[in-house]
Design a protein around this ligand. Structure first.
Ligand code: IPE
Ligand code: IPE
Ligand code: MG
Length: 240
């Protein structure tokens, strides 16, 4: 009898939460209503992921390209993030969640930066699920910032260019210390990376669903993890 393979829970799941605008449009609502619903969904999915045994969840909340949207939409998205950063602490404490924001936060409003710093600081000792939120994040920008930091160390003589390994680069990215995602989920039918975690996703399994993000729920997450279990990860080698 063929041996039953063990069900694997991915340690790190990354999500491109897409389709808030289309979800709202379909209902005759403003795009911002889709973002508000999407924000609720992400909090629920964080809990569901935690209960499933997922150790890290990384979500794409605002890209370096999203600044090109209308001012009113950018403002609404920033306000949702502001509200989250200001109110999430009790729940994070209760659920032992460690929050980390990736992306270039220096371009965000001062009060939002302070709220982010505060939530990160207050949750840094938590040992449960790691929750990474990508804000003003772009993989190319992240790599540019990492290269600048490494070049500075090379210029001041503390880093020898020949000693740079793949690990040196990983450690210079915003996700330093976090294992690479095992599974990437993108919602609402688009099948592209849109500048998300391009270094870290090198060997992730990719899962696409037509569901819009505001309709995503625990069952959808389970479906994605089931699909992941049907994949054969080879990493360039051969399966025994
Ligand atoms: C994803 O939903 C949320 C963000 C990009 C901030 P969209 O706003 O991209 O929704 P669609 O793709 O226009 O439907
Ligand atoms: C990617 O979604 C960014 C986020 C989910 C925050 P977009 O909706 O901005 O991506 P494109 O424009 O369809 O590639
Ligand atoms: Mg979109």
């Amino acid at each position: 009898m063929a041996e039953q393979k063990e069900y694997r829970i991915p340690a790190h799941v990354a999500i491109i939460m897409d389709g808030n605008g289309r979800w709202a449009k379909k209902r005759g609502l403003p795009r911002t209503a889709g973002h508000a619903q999407g924000a609720k969904v992400v909090e629920q999915i964080l809990e569901d992921a935690d209960h499933m045994g997922i150790r890290y969840l990384t979500v794409y909340a605002f890209s370096t390209e999203n600044w090109s949207r209308p001012q009113t939409e950018v403002k609404a998205l920033m306000n949702l993030l502001r509200t989250y950063m200001r109110t999430a602490l009790p729940k994070c404490t209760k659920n032992n969640v460690r929050v980390r924001v990736i992306g270039d936060r220096s371009k965000l409003d001062d009060d939002l930066q302070k709220a982010i710093d505060g939530l990160e600081e207050a949750t840094k000792g938590n040992t449960g699920i790691g929750f990474q939120i990508a804000i003003n994040y772009g993989a190319r920008d992240e790599m540019r910032r990492a290269v600048t930091a490494l070049a500075r160390r090379a210029a001041d003589g503390t880093l020898s260019p020949e000693s740079i390994t793949e690990q040196t680069i990983s450690d210079a990215l915003d996700t330093a210390g976090i294992p690479d995602p095992d599974l990437l989920i993108r919602t609402c039918g688009e099948e592209r990376l849109s500048n998300f975690l391009m270094w870290q996703l090198s060997y992730a399994e990719l899962y696409f669903t037509d569901k819009a993000w505001p309709d995503f729920d625990r069952d959808e997450l389970v479906k994605a993890v089931d699909a992941y279990n049907h994949r054969e990860r080879r990493y360039g080698g051969l399966i025994q």
